[in-house]
Design a binder for this molecule. Structure first.
Ligand code: ADE
Length: 226
């Protein structure tokens, strides 16, 4: 898989992709992540990427031309399955969207800033808009990092134990069951007995019941399908 992220603040994306699982996924060549500085696609020598809004209003608006030039440059090299605009008014990111996107080959993520982008970008260039939650961030970069992480960890070979992405919260519509490690008794705080029983059937049943109980308590909406 290849992910191209378009941003006017490329440094914001350095750290998330240069550590831990996302770094290893790139080293193993399971995914290529390329961050593109929008300023490099500005048509003027001042590398301008934003301008005042027509009709007035506070805040600058990202211009269409640098974005279009960047997308055209990328599309000249390969075709893209999705061109995603990270936006607080996009569709809410869910595990199911991450699963869908993990099947794609090439994805562009465009990070917004300021008061927004010229709407013609959204009308003509973008195939999908995704929000990571009902709150407003300063820009789309952190959202693009979250979306990328949710996708990349699902790619075969990225997690050392392949089954562990399948047992994540939400994969089966439930939150994950509680987990414990040694010591089994810490100052009198004990691990559930069944987990020490060595009986795989009892343990699996307990995990399922525990996941159900936790889902009912924490996220009852998941059991009603929303
Ligand atoms: N850009 C600003 N806020 C955002 C959000 N909540 N999700 C995605 N992109 C954003």
């Amino acid at each position: 898989m290849r992910i191209d992220i378009i941003t006017c603040l490329p440094r914001l994306l350095e750290s998330p992709f240069n550590d831990s699982i996302l770094k290893r996924a790139q080293e193993k060549e399971i995914v290529t992540v390329n961050v593109h500085d929008l300023r490099g696609y500005a048509p003027d020598s001042h590398r301008t990427t934003d301008d005042y809004a027509f009709g007035g209003g506070a805040g600058m608006v990202m211009m269409i031309e640098p974005i279009h030039r960047c997308i055209l440059t990328l599309q000249a090299q390969r075709s893209y399955d999705e061109i995603i605009y990270m936006s607080p008014d996009g569709e809410l990111l869910t595990q199911s969207i991450a699963n869908q996107l993990s099947m794609k080959q090439n994805i562009i993520m465009l990070c917004g800033h300021y008061k927004g982008i010229d709407d013609r970008v959204r009308q003509h260039l973008i195939t999908r808009e995704i929000s990571i939650g009902d709150y407003v961030l300063s820009g789309g970069e952190l959202a693009a990092a979250v979306l990328s992480d949710s996708i990349i960890r699902l790619l075969p070979g990225v997690l050392s134990d392949e089954s562990s992405a399948l047992t994540d919260s939400f994969q089966d519509g439930l939150v994950a069951p509680e987990v414990y490690t040694r010591p089994s008794d810490y100052n009198g705080w004990k691990v559930p007995e069944v987990l020490l029983s060595g009986n795989p059937v009892l343990i699996e049943n307990w995990k399922h019941e525990n996941a159900l109980k936790r889902t009912k308590k924490r996220r009852p909406g998941l059991l009603e399908g929303n």
